[in-house]
Design a protein around this ligand. Structure first.
Ligand SMILES: *Cc1c(COP(=O)(O)O)cnc(C)c1O
Ligand SMILES: [Zn+2]
Length: 407
């Protein structure tokens, strides 16, 4: 599809592919798609192809013939009956993004972003990351044959994510600073053309990520849910979900847009603070803290877009404590067999909280997007269950441990 890259604030058209913000006002960029080109397309045309990001190629800003793909998207939408009865709702679905090739939704944005990098002739790609962006970019760069550099906050990246970035051959650079510092530095490297930036401030990333909204609607046979709940870190994903839904609504494929709920950790909640104050912009938080490292972000790049997504859909933003996040992670795992990392569990924790406060009604049809796989962060799981002490290696000892009350 053809499109214009435009400043989201002042509307200026931007043509330099290395710019990640408006040269006039500094605003965020966004792709305005020429949706009239899809006038003859129907959902049935798309369904001839396997579900996944590239089923929706007509909605994407890159040429499918160039696609760098490792079969991203097409993740399960689980109908969670046990979770629903624990939580007290009639219908809950979990969109399990942990089933993507590198274990998080970031792959949806990367397949499009790295394809774009090749289309403009970039040789080096890079990002700042709390972990999953670097894991994903490293894999797609490997597939594309591009050099890859990732800048991470030292000591604050989950083991699984770090292992992936190293494994796929990225140049991994740890800094004495947090994510917000890392992003500032890579943006400068990108501005000076040392690399092509693939953080979600790159407006091509949300184009891939919006396919999660397409899939949810597709998997529910175009009966849209009442709410979609997801965690918010840099806020690229919540914007992507909104953009995808808004596009489907504009071309008449869905009649209403679900309320979008953004969930943050209480130690890292600039968007929730702004929402509670009724503001359309947010105040950054200096030292964000949470076990959910993927949303440990004090200065969300796309924060203003997140607030628009929330206000336009009459949704809300809600904060949850680390304790609530870890409880929700366990509830989801033990009621449904779905393993997610802490940031992903934030969506479930936020939903539980809103059911308790009465904001979400019992009859609402709710989809929680669970963004990443439990294997990303094994340490957090093992830490909360303590050390497993070995016992004697004989039948009787092990039997006593397995069925303590049987003789
Ligand atoms: C990146 C990430 C998030 C946050 O997404 P944003 O687009 O930055 O808001 C949440 N959960 C997981 C697992 C992630 O990898
Ligand atoms: Zn502008």
């Amino acid at each position: 599809m053809t499109y214009d890259v435009k400043c989201w604030e002042c509307g200026r058209v931007v043509s330099d592919p290395y710019l990640d913000s408006c040269p006039g006002c500094g605003g965020l960029l966004d792709l305005e798609m020429n949706l009239t080109e899809l006038n003859d397309l129907t959902p049935y045309d798309l369904r001839k192809r396997p579900i996944g990001v590239w089923r929706y190629a007509p909605f994407l800003p890159v040429d499918e013939k160039n696609a760098i793909s490792i079969k991203e998207g097409g993740t399960p939408l689980y109908n969670c009956r046990s979770l629903a009865s624990v939580v007290g709702l009639n219908r809950i679905w979990v969109k399990y993004e942990g089933a993507n090739p590198t274990g998080s939704f970031k792959d949806r944005g990367m397949t499009v972003g790295v394809t774009r990098a090749l289309e403009i002739g970039a040789k080096v790609v890079g990002c700042a990351s709390t972990g999953n962006t670097s894991a994903s970019l490293a894999a797609y760069a490997a597939k594309a044959g591009l050099d890859c550099a990732v800048v991470l906050p030292a000591g604050n990246v989950a083991a699984g994510k770090l292992a992936q970035a190293v494994f796929f051959g990225a140049k991994v650079i740890a800094i004495d600073g947090n994510f917000d510092d890392a992003l500032r530095i890579v943006r400068e490297l990108a501005a000076k053309r040392h690399l092509y930036l693939l953080n979600s401030i790159n407006p091509y990333r949300p184009e891939g990520q919006k396919t999660v909204a397409f899939e949810i609607v597709d998997q529910l046979d175009f009966r849209v849910p009442d709410r979609i709940v997801l965690p918010v870190g840099n806020a690229g994903n919540i914007w992507s979900v909104y953009k995808g839904l808004a596009e489907l609504n504009r071309i008449g494929w869905i009649a209403k847009i679900p309320k979008i709920v953004g969930v943050q950790a209480s130690g890292s909640m600039p968007i929730v603070d702004a929402f509670n104050a009724g503001k359309s912009d947010f105040t950054p938080i200096e030292k964000p803290e949470t076990v959910a490292t993927a949303i440990r972000i004090g200065n969300p790049v796309s924060g203003k877009k997140a607030l628009k997504a929330i206000y336009d859909t009459k949704g809300c933003a809600v904060a949850v404590s680390d304790g609530e996040i870890l409880d929700a992670q366990k509830i989801l795992g033990r009621s449904e067999g779905i393993g997610v990392e802490p940031a992903s569990a934030a969506s479930v924790a936020g939903m539980i909280k809103l059911v308790q406060t009465g904001e979400i009604g019992k009859d609402e049809r709710v989809v929680c997007i669970c963004t990443g796989n439990v294997l990303k962060d094994p340490d957090i799981v093992l830490k909360s269950f303590g050390r497993i002490k070995p016992i004697h290696a004989d039948f009787e000892s092990v039997k006593k441990a397995v069925v303590p009350h049987e003789r």
